[in-house]
Design a protein around this ligand. Structure first.
Ligand code: PEP
Ligand code: MG
Length: 545
């Protein structure tokens, strides 16, 4: 009933429901295990919404105007949805989605439905939905075998939770909520981003074969864990992992990574609803270094802007955010947060070696200025009586073609360089990394792109600068092999890719791979992929790779 004539009664119903809602969020928080740090952050954001006085006041004001409690919650919800559609910033939209999720829960409590949807939980459940909020996902817990969403985004809190629990998640599955019925068999391939609904027997058996092969490969990878990635001709490649969440830390041991080649510090800022305090950052960075247990960790300073927007920092309205005020540009123009981060890193290192890397440096001066900030904070921390790191290395990401052609002195000054292939590729080909339509046109194994990589490696070698590659492509075995052939001796990737990459590297002759790539490039092909694949196929036939 949309109208009610006893506002006091409606308000007390609302109060009871809100109390129940808050209690349910608290209970979810209690159910988390000590290691579920990221999930906790997400639920804290929910708690903040559930305790919001202004939200409650707006609903009460509508009750005073004659609406029932349910109608008032729905009105506030639909207004929030309208706001949500108008918000250009994807991150903020996700946060408003959290509020939408909370309103749905409140409506279910008010209408006496609780969280019960009436559906029975089958064996090996896969959840199909238009979208899901992180709190709901947390409520299902680890029991889910997969999640398929019609909307969704890889930057959402729900995706953060799914990733932390290794639940395969596929987004943008068109019409899936209309097509799928409760109890339908469904297969979810999170690696490929493919969903098969009511699959035919042939597809099922192909999937089973693929799963068996993957299980077999997994066993092989486990047996490789403690072996080095050495090619058949004796070239040693160091494999590192990319990280950013506390949930990534256990992988440091299980993946066999030699360290962390890229620690994306912004992820800790993105999963919070307010700016983290210096003390919290000290605690986080110290835990990362503890988990690394002496292995190298390359901490990248805050890389925000573009698609990574913090809700608690004023977003600037830019026509091309990827080419806009982001990463080190923000850090140098408004150095408050970067300085706080540097102080936290120095304190967390507490006498241990410290490695700091700047994001999106496009010219020499930006690197020099960032480096000056590190020296200034070291002096300040020393004066305050904090223990100095045993050694400090300062390096940078190379994510713009301009930096590849920076003066020789830049290469000499940088302690190390890490090629951020995700951004470097998008700027090299002028193709938005988030726009599937243009992104896929340009192969990473494009001859020109490989020549650029080769040139960067040569310049680093000439200057004696340590160089690695940490974009997503380093985790694809064939790409990793080609990068190694271009002279890269350090690759950093998601932990799950270390096994497959190592497995291939150990089976090939790198000098031969280099020859294959060289002659392909000389023949004028656009991409060397086909030649490399043909060569690998011959190797496999001969029992080599
Ligand atoms: C990159 O650009 O390759 C990179 C590793 O940074 P991010 O993906 O965080 O932009
Ligand atoms: Mg980048």
């Amino acid at each position: 009933n949309p109208v009610a004539d006893d506002p006091d009664m409606e308000k007390s119903r609302l109060q009871v429901a809100i109390d129940t809602l808050r209690l349910s969020v608290d209970e979810m928080l209690d159910r988390l295990e000590p290691g579920d740090k990221d999930q906790r952050e997400v639920l804290e954001a929910y708690k903040m919404f559930a305790n919001s006085r202004s939200w409650m006041r707006r609903i009460e004001a509508d009750i005073d105007r004659g609406l029932s409690a349910e109608a008032a919650v729905e009105k506030e919800q639909s207004q929030a949805r309208t706001r949500m559609e108008q918000v250009p910033d994807a991150y903020l939209r996700e946060r408003l989605h959290d509020l939408d999720d909370l309103s749905n829960r409140l409506l279910r409590i008010l209408s006496g439905q609780g969280s019960e949807t009436g559906a029975e939980m089958p064996v090996d459940p896969v959840l199909v939905a238009r979208n899901i909020g992180p709190a709901e996902l947390l409520e299902y817990g680890r029991s889910l075998k997969g999640v398929v969403l019609e909307d969704g985004s890889v930057g959402s809190h729900a995706a953060v939770v799914a990733r932390a629990w290794a639940i395969p998640l596929v987004i943008h599955a068109k019409n899936i909520t209309a097509e799928a019925l409760n109890g339908d068999p469904i297969m979810v391939d999170g690696d490929q981003g493919v969903v098969h609904l009511r699959p035919e027997e042939t597809v099922v058996s192909a999937f089973r074969d693929k799963m068996a092969m993957m299980a077999e490969a997994q066993e092989r990878y486990v047996s490789l864990r403690d072996l080095p990635a050495v090619t058949k001709d004796g070239q040693r490649i160091e494999l590192y992992m990319n990280a950013g969440l506390m949930a990534d830390l256990p992988s440091m041991e299980s993946s066999g990574a030699e360290g962390v080649g890229l620690f994306r510090t912004e992820l800790q800022f993105l999963i919070r609803n307010r700016m983290p305090k210096r003390g919290e950052l000290v605690d986080i960075y110290a835990r990362v270094l503890d988990a690394a247990n002496g292995r190298r960790v390359q901490f990248r300073t805050l890389d925000i802007g573009s698609d990574k927007v913090l809700p608690y920092m004023k977003a600037s309205d830019e026509p091309n955010p990827a080419l806009g005020w982001r990463a080190i540009r923000v850090g140098l123009d408004k150095p408050g947060v970067m300085r706080m981060q540097l102080q936290a890193l120095i304190r967390a290192a507490k006498g241990r070696p410290l490695t700091i890397m700047f994001p999106m440096v496009a010219q020499f001066d930006e690197f020099r200025a960032g480096r000056e900030h590190v020296f200034r904070e070291l002096e300040r921390e020393y004066a305050l009586g904090h223990i100095m790191p045993e050694r400090v290395e300062i390096g940078t990401m190379l994510e713009t073609p301009s930096l590849a052609y920076a003066p020789r002195q830049f290469y000499e000054m940088a302690d190390f360089i890490s090629i951020g292939g995700n951004d470097l590729k998008q700027f090299f080909f002028a193709a938005d990394r988030e726009n599937e339509r243009v992104r896929r046109r340009y192969d990473t194994l494009n001859s020109s792109f490989l020549s650029l990589i080769e040139r960067i490696v040569e310049r680093c070698d000439e200057a004696g600068t340590d160089v690695s590659f940490c974009g997503e492509d380093a985790g694809r075995p064939v790409e990793a092999l080609c990068f190694a052939a271009m002279g890269l001796k350090k690759l950093s990737m998601r932990p799950a890719s270390i096994g497959p990459v190592k497995s291939l590297l150990r089976r090939v002759d790198l000098a031969e791979a280099r020859e294959v790539i060289s002659s392909a490039r000389e023949s004028g092909v656009q991409s060397v992929r086909q030649s490399v694949m043909d060569w690998l196929a011959t190797q496999a036939r001969n029992g080599n790779a």
